[in-house]
Write a protein that binds this ligand. Structure first.
Ligand SMILES: Nc1ncnc2c1ncn2[C@@H]1O[C@H](COP(=O)(O)OP(=O)(O)OP(=O)(O)O)[C@@H](O)[C@H]1O
Length: 703
């Protein structure tokens, strides 16, 4: 029988790529009407306890899960991690149960809030929003409306296939009535021939139905994937910087895979199965209304237990996805920071953190497994109860001549057959719950940029950058910039200096519009920089920081990102302007393949990034420690050479090395989030203030 295993129900969404899974799914659709066989059901039950014991053993974790999944502060009651503590938590089954109960309560409360349709303000712990129920409904509606005919065909073919699957029990009943009524063998043979014909017809139509359904699902998931990629690429830098990269990765990989899996298989299959269930009830009611009512009474347990399950499952799957996101974040942080971990001896601390997060993820997974362990036995009992009740009531009605024997047998076959599509609906419901949680997280990315919902349509009238009475505080943090006033003249070389934490980088982020001022304004040619659409902003102002990304491709391709039509000569000129003379020594020259991890150093990557700026040639360039990885001598040379190449451009440099400041048009000295001094090198030295102290300290230090 082709029904996916209930326990591993969520895997089939990912499995159809394998030949076996495809075969199994095909068989599942073709033979769905008969429902899972008793042998398979028995096998499932036998497998469950062993796995459950294993899951239970794995799932025991310390009580920090409550803080993490119960939406309390992460910095709250964190206990010291350590071998004894962690093992103590894992080894205590009562503790594990308590955590799961609390998780369920917190989760159900959260799900109820979502059901009441809170606005998009809800956020996961990572900082990205989670879409509300009505937003999900609208998103799904948009996807279906984009392909209305495929939707109609899917439903149409599904209905015809379902109707054909209901014909054999009907005919079986008719044959029995005919035989008991004394029909001849030739008449019975005619019914047999009709049955064979119908079976062939069903085979052909169900094949087309399968193709149409699969095509509809694949088109839905393809459309969704495209919109997710667009959404991620358009996320503003301030959102990405603030958010947890692990969570973003899980949303764009695991969550997306789950949602597209559901769209490409479960959603269309469920639609067809729901049509089958409804039609089966109609057929039963046509044969005998009282027995249709008895069937409904026998199956009443199914909606009740399903409702109980669904109310808890949505929250459970949200917690599960959140737990995996946080685990991925810790793992990627540890791998990316492997050198720092080794240098500062952080191995034990990182291990403890990963173990704790893994335990949290397992506990969330286990909580959903426990829900399934209630749902499926209850549903099985309801099928059995419905069958027994129909048999008893049917026998009584038969004796009272209220129903024909053939009709009774047909109804019994229908009740038995109904478990097939119902099982499909119920089994997919579980995946659907997890997919809805994933869909909410994926759709939540659409609401990530709530700070700039209506970009300005005005065009900057010129390159003058004006900062007027700007103050700024990071979300829920203290004010880090206070009343900054600064007029930056077009073509000026301005250097910003100050102690660590003074607010230099924050000012740089404001100047390029990544952050918007809390009060005051920063305008470029009269237009608020942060309100400019991303593309317009990029064409006017470029920010180069110390972190640079090179794509795994040739140096040429990496450079051409800035100006696709640049000639090789221009690429070489840009590279030599930033002191990247090493390019001439490479055997493959511009065709050398680079990546983040190969032989090119961080300094080389910074030079490629600076060369890109020269090629893109924006009116204003902000360099925030863009030469930090170069040797002090070459950094000053590169910065000065950049200034001469970008002669008529505005260059704002955040500098730690004051050699750069010396030759700048003006220097702004920042201290405690305020501009304390402004002037050129000689003027500031004559003032004998903060700049002079910084200059003397720098001259005395190694540089
Ligand atoms: N993303 C952030 N969220 C909250 N506070 C931040 C964030 N980034 C910086 N800060 C705080 O803002 C203040 C100014 O930081 P900023 O990075 O702008 O200083 P800086 O002068 O560039 O320092 P450095 O030279 O060390 O980079 C500091 O107190 C810092 O802790």
């Amino acid at each position: 029988m082709g029904h996916p295993d209930r326990r591993t129900r969520r895997q089939p969404v990912r499995r159809p790529t394998t030949a076996t899974a495809t075969r199994s799914r095909t068989r599942g659709r073709a033979g769905r009407a008969a429902g899972p066989g008793p042998a398979l059901r028995r096998r499932r039950r036998h497998r469950e306890p062993g796995r459950r014991t294993c899951e239970r053993r794995e799932a025991r974790a310390d009580d920090t899960r409550l803080q993490q999944l119960g939406h309390r502060s992460r910095r709250g009651r964190r206990r010291p991690s350590g071998r004894g503590r962690t093992h103590g938590g894992i080894g205590d089954p009562r503790e594990s149960r308590r955590v799961e109960r609390s998780l369920s309560k917190a989760g159900v409360a959260q799900y109820e809030r979502r059901r009441r349709d809170e606005p998009m303000s809800h956020q996961s712990e990572s900082g990205f929003p989670i879409a509300s129920r009505s937003e999900l409904g609208r998103a799904a509606g948009r996807l279906v409306r984009a392909d209305p005919w495929m939707f109609v065909f899917t439903i149409g073919f599904g209905t015809v296939t379902a109707a054909l699957a209901l014909a054999p029990p009907w005919l079986a009943g008719v044959v029995i009535d005919e035989i008991t009524g004394g029909a001849s063998l030739a008449e019975v043979d005619r019914y047999g021939a009709v049955l064979v014909l119908l079976a062939v017809l069903q085979l052909l139509i169900s094949r087309y139905s399968f193709l149409v359904t699969a095509r509809f699902g694949l088109r839905l998931s393809q459309r969704l994937r495209r919109s997710i990629v667009d959404r991620v690429l358009n996320l503003p830098a301030r959102i990405v910087d603030k958010a947890d990269t692990g969570d973003l990765m899980v949303r764009t990989t695991g969550d997306t895979r789950r949602v597209t899996g559901i769209f490409s298989s479960a959603a269309p299959e469920m639609l067809v199965s729901i049509v089958q269930v409804v039609l089966t009830f109609v057929f039963v009611a046509v044969l005998s209304v009282p027995l249709a009512i008895v069937t409904i009474i026998g199956m009443l347990g199914i909606p009740l237990v399903t409702r109980w399950y669904l109310r808890r499952a949505a929250a459970g799957y949200l917690a599960e996805a959140d737990g995996h996101g946080r685990l991925a974040e810790s793992l990627s942080g540890t791998v990316n920071g492997a050198r720092a971990v080794e240098l500062y001896g952080l191995q034990r601390r990182r291990q403890d953190d990963i173990v704790r997060r893994a335990a949290t993820a397992r506990a969330a997974q286990f909580a959903t497994l426990r829900l399934r362990s209630v749902l499926f036995p209850a549903v099985d009992s309801s099928y059995a109860l419905a069958l027994v009740l129909v048999l008893l009531a049917g026998a009584w009605m038969y004796q009272a001549n209220a129903v024909a024997l053939g009709s009774l047998i047909a109804i019994l076959l229908y009740v038995r057959q109904m478990s097939g599509p119902l099982d499909v609906v119920l089994l997919w419901l579980e995946s659907l719950q997890s997919a809805i949680a994933s869909f909410a997280r994926v759709e939540g990315l659409a609401g990530a940029d709530v700070a700039n919902p209506t970009p300005s349509t005005a065009t900057p009238s010129g390159p003058r950058l004006a900062v007027a009475d700007v103050s700024f505080a990071y979300e829920q943090g203290p004010t880090v910039l206070h009343g900054i006033d600064l007029e930056i003249r077009p073509g000026e070389n301005l250097v910003i200096v100050g102690a660590s934490g003074a607010g230099k980088s924050t000012l740089a982020r404001l100047l390029v519009g990544i952050e918007a001022p809390t009060s005051g304004s920063i305008t470029l040619g009269g237009v608020e920089v942060s309100a400019l659409p991303l593309e317009v902003r990029r064409s006017h102002i470029a920010l180069v920081t110390q972190e640079q990304h090179l794509f795994h491709d040739t140096i040429r391709t990496n450079l051409l990102l800035a100006r696709p039509d640049a000639e090789d000569g221009e690429l070489h000129a840009a590279m030599s302007a930033v002191g990247a003379h090493w390019l001439d020594g490479l055997p493959a020259g511009l065709d050398t393949i680079v990546s983040q991890h190969d032989s090119l150093s961080g300094a080389h990557a910074q030079q490629i990034a600076l060369a890109r700026v020269l090629l893109s040639d924006p009116q204003t360039v902000v360099l925030d420690e863009a030469t930090s990885l170069l040797t002090p001598g070459s950094a000053s040379t590169v910065e000065r050479s950049l200034w001469s190449v970008l002669e008529d451009r505005t260059v704002i440099t955040i500098a730690h090395r004051l050699a750069t400041a010396r030759v700048a048009d003006r220097i702004a000295v920042i201290d405690g989030g305020r501009i304390r001094e402004l002037g050129n090198h000689e003027e500031l030295l004559r003032r004998r203030g903060l700049y002079m102290r910084l200059w003397n300290a720098w001259q005395g230090g190694p540089h």
